[in-house]
Structure formats: C-alpha cells, structure tokens
Design a binder for this molecule. Structure first.
Ligand code: NAD
Length: 393
C-alpha cells in the first residue's frame, strides 16, 4: 500500500500532514510513502529528512495522487474551500483520503467526494474516547491554539504578565480571564500561569472546575443552572438565548476587571455563543486585550472579526484564525502523530481493513462505495438512512 503526502494548499498554511518520524512509523508497518517535494519545508522538515526516513520524493502533486492508495492531508476538500476541491481532478476511485474535511460545515463537499468514488475519513469526527486520544487531532490543534493565544495577548498588552518586585517599585500581575475551559482553554490557563498572570476561568460544564484549579486558576462561580449543560460525549450543549443573556450579565464584572480575556467557548456544529457584548468591552480598561479563539466559528465577542485585529473603546480585539499554522513545527509533529496512529489503526497486514464494528472507524468514516455513509451528514443532506445490513469489507 502506498501512502501519499502532498503539500498543503490552504492559503498561508505552513503545516504538513506527516513529518519524517511519521514516515518512519509508516515504513515500519510495511507501507511505502511518497512525499511531494517541499511539503514539509515551511514547517521545518526538509526533503532530505523525509528521504533519510525512507520516503520517496516526487515533484508534483498529481504524481502523489496518481500513485498513492491513501492520501494524508491536514486541510482537505471542504476544509480548504478555495483550493481543496481542485484535488477532485487528481483523485481516482478507490483511493482513501484522511484529513480535516469540515464535514459538518461543508456536507455538500463530502457528497462530491463520495461521488468521485473515494473512501474518506474525517479526522475532526474522532470520538472523544480514551482509546482515541492519540488520534485526536482537534485536541492537538486546540492545545497549540490555546498556548499561542496567550502569547499573542501578552505581546499586545501594554503591561507585563508576572508580578515583579523591583527597585523601581512593584509591578502588579496581569489578570487573565479564560472563557471556556476545554482543551484550548486549559492550555491557555497553564500558559498564562507560567507567565505569571493571575488567572480566572469559567466553563458551563461544572466538571471543569477541578481541572481549572489543578492548573492554578480560579474557577469563577456563576449562579447559572448548568446541570444539563454537557452531552454524553463530554461536549457543551447549546443553551437558549435567555441562558446566554444571564451568563453575559453575570460575567460582565469579571470581564471588566480583566486585562486579558481569552475566549474559547464553542458548541460542536453550532455557531459560537456570543458571551462578550460591545457594552461589556466598553467597561474594560483601555489597553486591555481580548483574544477570541472562537473567531472562526462566529466569535464569542460580538465585535470580533475573523483574521483581524480591531480596537474598540481602547480595547484590542484579536480574532486569530488558523493559529496552529503559526507554530508549524510542533503543530505538524502533533498532527502527524495523530493521523499516522489513526491510519495504522485502520491497517492490518499492510492493507486497509474497514471494520465498522470499531467505534473509531465508524465515527470518522464519511464516504465509501459512492455513498455519504455518516448518519449525521446524511441527515444534513436530506438523504435517507442507509441499509445497515449491507455486508462489511
Ligand atoms: P470545544 O472546543 O467544543 O469547546 C470549548 C469549551 O467551551 C468547552 O469546554 C465547552 O464546555 C465550553 N463552552 C461552551 N459553551 C460555553 C459557554 N456558554 N460558556 C463557557 N464555556 C462554554 O471543546 P473541546 O475543548 O474540544 O473539548 C470538549 C470536551 O471534551 C472537554 O471536556 C475535553 O476535556 C473533552 N475531551 C475528552 C477527550 C478524551 O479523550 N476523553 C479528548 C479531548 C477532549
């Protein structure tokens, strides 16, 4: 079986799906690897490093697609709307694609992938179960984003983060408020703590309190009814507008007292909740900074503009997009580990074996045998349920 690693084509993307160590792991499993020349260059992995680990380099993208049985990408097809769909001209039926495909945001693209005869696995649908942790690329990228968000805030803030007692007087520590303590939020808390800030955090999943405190953060208690706020996969549920109104009201004072707000609140498959209004921003001290990690999903601050930095009432509001691309070496290392582990999970005796009794395989498989096979996507596309009695391969 030949595994192909093309260059990423998402505008401004610096990452690569598989790093040289990943090539070594695939080779050890008896797979051949071909890499598009220059694919890892922007992430700090030169062609020579791939060759040393046994990869064959090819000059063009079309060569990768024409030879490979399995293509590994970071952002593919629907997750790369400008350039990704052009790869449909290069694929061949029976080929397997694994990567971020944005299936819930772009179900139509999955339909096209299916029609082209591809087998496709969407890495963002990885179930959040212990067995799948080493394949959980969403967590890896959220870790990188949470870390980087704090550095961006520290860089912009006209204050220092740590408390300092100097001959020139005492410098008070920065006050950081993290909204949403999932993977990105928890990493933001620990990064801000390491820089010496005083950190507070809130999440509507009450279970998070202990995790926040174990990182040295203070959990902000709000008198909100959150018993039903978590679904069975551990994600936050969407709440109604009345809940969010109360939450904004109760958080307003904490936001006003903070020098930095890092917001990461998200609900899978939904627009991010608006938790910071313009009015709340106006009550912050001029010079304060908001880094809105939910920018790509509509933003937690109503003033956020994705990919832009704006100023309102002296407060800087940053809506970063694709932060992992700004730390491409380690973001690629982590993603590579996730996607290679996942591929090896699917491979048995050197060949791809799709076992639908396995939760990891079943939950991530979106297209196969010219059909969109994921029930959630079929529902979005208005397609009837598939006959589950169909034989498995
Ligand atoms: P996410 O990116 O979907 O959301 C980020 C955070 O925002 C979540 O913690 C969520 O509860 C929070 N949030 C949503 N609405 C909010 C609101 N109105 N106010 C405040 N916070 C709000 O989530 P994620 O970071 O990808 O992870 C979600 C959960 O899954 C976490 O508990 C994480 O620990 C868990 N997880 C488990 C595993 C595993 O293998 N067991 C792996 C990864 C993640």
């Amino acid at each position: 079986m030949i595994v192909g690693i093309p260059s990423e084509t998402f505008p401004g993307q610096n990452q690569v799906a598989v790093i040289p160590d990943g090539v070594a792991a695939l080779s050890r499993a008896g797979l051949e690897v071909i890499v598009q020349s220059g694919a890892g260059e922007k992430a700090g992995y030169p062609d020579s490093a791939y060759q040393e680990k046994g990869a064959k380099l090819v000059d063009s993208r079309s060569e990768v697609f024409s030879s490979a049985d399995v293509i590994l990408l970071y952002q593919a097809f629907g997750a790369n709307p400008e350039k990704g769909m052009a790869d449909l001209d290069l694929v061949h039926p029976g080929q397997t694609i694994i990567g971020f495909l944005d299936p819930l945001g772009s179900a139509e693209s999955i339909k096209k992938i299916a029609e082209a005869g591809l087998t496709a696995f969407s890495i963002e649908l990885m179930p959040r179960i212990t067995r799948a942790q080493s394949m959980d690329a969403l967590s890896s990228m959220a870790t990188v984003a949470g870390y980087k968000a704090v550095l961006i805030a520290a860089n912009k803030l006209p204050r220092m983060f740590p408390m300092m007692m100097t001959a020139a007087g005492t410098v008070s520590p920065a006050r950081v408020f993290v909204i949403g303590a999932g993977v990105a939020g928890l990493q933001a808390i620990s990064t801000a703590k390491r820089l010496g800030a005083v950190v507070q955090a809130y999440d509507l999943r009450p279970a998070v309190k202990e995790q926040v405190e174990s990182l040295g953060g203070k959990f902000v208690e709000l008198e909100l009814e959150t018993v039903e706020s978590e679904d069975k996969s551990g994600y936050a549920k969407a709440m109604d507008e009345e809940f969010y109104r109360k939450q904004r009201e109760m958080m307003a004072r904490v936001v006003a007292d903070s020098n930095v707000v890092i917001s990461t609140a998200a609900v899978p498959g939904k627009k991010a909740p608006v938790l910071i209004t313009a009015n709340m921003v106006e009550k912050m001290t001029p010079g304060s900074v908001i880094v809105d990690l939910a920018a790509e999903r509509g933003g937690n601050c109503e003033l956020t503009q994705p990919g832009k930095t704006i100023e309102h009432a002296g407060v800087t509001i940053i809506g970063p997009v694709n932060l992992p691309s700004s730390v491409p070496f380690h973001a690629s290392q982590m993603y590579s580990k996730n996607i290679v582990t996942f591929l090896l999970h699917l491979v048995s005796e050197g060949d791809l074996k799709i076992d639908l009794s396995d939760e990891i395989t079943r939950e991530t498989l979106v297209a196969r045998d010219k059909e969109v096979v994921h029930p959630r996507l079929r529902e979005i596309l208005g397609l009837p349920e598939l006959d589950s009695s169909k034989p498995e391969r």
